[in-house]
Structures are given as C-alpha cells and as structure tokens.
Write a protein of this length. Sequence first.
Length: 137
Amino acid sequence: MEKQGRRIHAASLDAEIPGTDGLTIADTVTDENRNFINYVFPKGRSDDGMQLHYNVKLPPKKETKHGQKSDERIAIEAFMQSTRKNMCFEYDTSMEAKKKLSTINAARRSKNETDIYDTYRIDKCVYIVRQEKKKGK
C-alpha cells in the first residue's frame, strides 16, 4: 500500500479543478506550452495539418538492405585487393552518380580508407583511383 501512495496519478486534461467553477487543467496550459500537449487531443494537431491516429492497422514492413553491402562497396573491396590503378562506375543520370559518390565517400571516411583511394565524379561517372604509395614511408 505504501508503494501505491508514491505512484504518480494520471489526470485528464479535461478534468475539472475542484473549487474553480469549471476551470479544467487544459485551461491552465499557457500558449508557449500548448505544443507539448497537442499529442493528447483526439483530433491531433490540426493547426499544422498533422493528424494523429492510435491503434491503426500497420502496413507490412519494407524489405531494406540495411547492413548489406552495396554493389559499389563489393566492387571497391575487390578493387582494393587487386593491382588495378582505377575503376569507374557509370550511372543513368548525373544526379544518381552524385548521390552514389556521397555514399561512397561516407563509407570511405568511416572505414578510414581515405589514404588508399580517391574518388571524384564527372557527369554520370564516379571514378575510384588508387593512391600511389609515397616513397620513404
């Protein structure tokens, strides 16, 4: 029983505050804090167009390749194990090549491969060039 007395008691925002002639808890919320309670209203946040729904039927999850290596990554790993000097990925559009270059460079930085090869893009092609080893090192 002692533990139950220490628990936080839930209160409805529509609950009337005793002795206030109909004032509710929601009436005491300031405009600055109204953004923090919009999620509890049944119609969601109508002021910005977002609708909030609970207990909806969930659509099936999409199959993602998260954690799997891309074709580019597999090719780069094979390139690094070979003796070839350079390679080129050609895409259908320059925008696709730009996105892939960004992804390749992010992986290159995260795997500390910046001193192994360089990357750059010209139009629809992404080029991977092996860096020459500096003499004396």
